[in-house]
Ligand binder design. Sequence first.
Ligand code: SAH
Length: 475
Amino acid sequence: MLKKNDIYEITIEDMGKDGEGIGHIDGMTVFVKDTVVGDRASVKLMKVKKNLAFARLMEILEPSADRVTPVCENARACGGCTLQHISYEKQKELKQAHVRNCLARIGGLSDVDARMEPLIGMEEPFHYRNKMQFPIGEDSAGKPQLGFYAGHTHSLIPLSDCPMGHPVNRYILSRFREYLTEAHIPVYHEETHEGLVRHLLTRVGFATGEVMVCVVINGRKLPRKELLMGKLQEALEEWNRIGSGEGTPGFGEHLRLASVNCSVNEEKTNRILGFRSFTVYGKDCIEDRIGTVQFRISPESFFQVNPLQTVRLYQKALEYAGLTGSETVWDMYCGIGTISLFLAKKAGRVFGVEIVPQAIENAKENAELNQIGNADFFVGKAEDVVPRLYAEDPERYRADVVVVDPPRKGCDAALLETLAAMSPDRIVYVSCDPATLARDIKILCEDGYAVEKVTPVDMFPGSMHVETVALIERI
Ligand code: SAH
């Protein structure tokens, strides 16, 4: 009988969907975080259920050939990266297999291997994130700290840098901590709902060099703004003088502070941003480019976090869309219109739909900014807006090609029904969760569609997340 707290030796034989190692002890399946196939390890049982158990890695006895030393000293404790101890080659293999297995098992695709194209990975799988959000707390001596939450908790791990973010963050974090100390800014405490500063958000336009800093506050005013501005300007000067010259490839760009703002969040909530923000310095948004398309991004807007891979993802989506210049394209879940505008130049007409009103405002501005006149955007739930418009004017709102890019939970059943009724030639499905992609593909395949090609794209090296583009054609 396996018992909690007992120590065992285990060989890792397989990997779970969240990147945890799987082995067996006395015939029982055991999940061990922080391990990889081929590891022989000593583990401590933490939770024993009827048919499976969870164990904690105590010591690696014989490392797998795919094990590497994580770049970040906090990799194991931090909830952000779960695969940093695994070589990048193996990470890519695991993601490709995960997508394949979902499509075969959940999607019921019998010819999945013939449909899969190789995963598009990164050459340099670090420093790729253009957006970071750092919770703010205190150490035991009451000194302000910025960092990350440990996995599945809200205990803060202080950090001076994160190897997944733009390296300028190191300078910003250090100067922002000085501001908090020198200005005696009270740090927010979740338990008591007291204190002012909750989170620090940074965004970097990789193509434009524009930097946004957003301070999330439990209040309406930020004290000592001039001090903060001085510190942030210093951070950027340091980056431009020292950091950009440190030889990090691709980051030689001269950065400038384009926007500093505060997001007001006075609620007891896990949500990071509030619903209102005000500008402290510069513009209320920053600009960045994906390919040749320019985007204006406000603090609240969703924008893909890995700009280098986003271009590759969109190029794949464009290739799958097979546009000749005359097609009517619907972009469902369009956000600030990123995919819509990327496709508009090659399409006859593009319609985008999105639930967040500010994002649609941004999408319209972005169309204007790029002088794109053949894109129209609608606010609302795709599953409500699209059937309504299509019923009103099926000629105008028909679709030759539909792109869907839903959140993790996938497409709403009502939307899939409408898609079947609109009967586009091609559906390009961009997905951030292979399980819901596979579920939706199964439904579309019952409605007269077939999967032509599937490409996984690695937008999040170091974590098990994987983006997938699928081309689904009417038979
Ligand atoms: N295509 C965009 C955004 C993808 S993220 C890009 O690549 O940048 C998914 C988007 O779906 C989010 O912007 C979210 O606000 C939106 N969304 C969520 N539920 C929705 C719904 N039911 N109808 C329309 N949009 C929705």
